[in-house]
Design a protein around this ligand. Sequence first.
Ligand code: 13P
Ligand code: SF4
Length: 300
Amino acid sequence: MKEKIRNLLENRKAILLAHNYQPPEIQDIADLCGDSLELSIKAAQTDAEVIVFCGVHFMAETASILSPDKTVLLPRKDAGCPMADMVTPDALKAKLDKPPYLPVVTYVNSTAAVKALSTICCTSANAIKVVNSLDASEILMIPDRNLAQYAASYTSKKIHVWDGYCPIHELLTPEDIKKAKQIYPDAVFLAHPECRPEVLALADNVLSTSGMIRFARESGNTTFIVGTEVGLLYALKKENPNKDFYPASSAMECPDMKKITLEDVAGSLEFMEGLVKVPENIQRPALKAVQRMVDLSLKK
Ligand code: 13P
Ligand code: SF4
């Protein structure tokens, strides 16, 4: 199956991008694994004609926003992100129609239609940089309340918080961390900014998924408690076979990130199924918000 996929990728002039939470067999066959920011940048820069996105729907949409002339395939169209659906264009419009009239920083975990109404996007890797780049003293951050509260603690700006959250990261409690620290007292606790503030307060470092991989690679520590979706453990262990990684909670499995199989990838490439195409009237304004973020992230 892996050989079939590699052949299909070559014949279609396609690139396979996979998020760090994808199942091991998908990560192993991908041209690039990464966090949302790295995958967005790669999607903007690739000269491949087809992008096969192994992740969830908003990630494939972001690739389509950045590369409107390319074919973007999501091998399972039903792989979504519940947090992205916690803000709709209508609900956002209703908020923006009333004072205070605020610039909107939108987490990439959002629909293209919501991005189209936004000032700038951000990811877990650059949220603080994005917030501090804006020439405004008050900002609305959507849809993740935890990421917004985390960014608020690193800025003098007033952050207005939307009440969305990731149901997977929300599962992690301070009690889970206290228990894990009792079992692994020398471990470094790494947390994703989608975790609740009371969990982030216990973290040694708050990082995006690829930020965790980089940190583990460079750290002198050998034991880590990982506060994010359990799929990341595979990438961590693969890069650092001599280090130990423990999930902060084994309940943190995102079912949407586990939907795509190798058979789905092969089928999608063979029959060009799972097309994700953002319509032009949404793509154009959404591109402004995504491109602004990408440009800021590439700036030293
Ligand atoms: P990263 O951008 O850190 O990879 O996170 C994406 C995501 O969906 C986290 O739940
Ligand atoms: Fe969405 Fe959470 Fe799954 Fe990430 S882990 S894709 S934020 S539901």
